[in-house]
Design a protein around this ligand. Structure first.
Ligand SMILES: [Zn+2]
Length: 49
């Protein structure tokens, strides 16, 4: 399934801090900050906004 078509933002390669899967994120990963793949991001997303 295709999602987010039409964007032209740079994607950065990263490794998910949870499952260790390779993923791409629309922001530059910083040292010391966890990066999550889409699935893990949903798991770690805080319940409140
Ligand atoms: Zn993950």
């Amino acid at each position: 399934m295709t999602y987010g078509a039409g964007g032209d933002r740079p994607m950065y390669s990263a490794t998910c801090s949870d499952c260790g899967a390779a993923c791409e994120v629309p922001f530059q990963p910083k040292e010391g900050r966890p990066v999550y793949c889409r699935d893990c991001y949903k798991k770690h997303k805080p319940s409140r906004f």
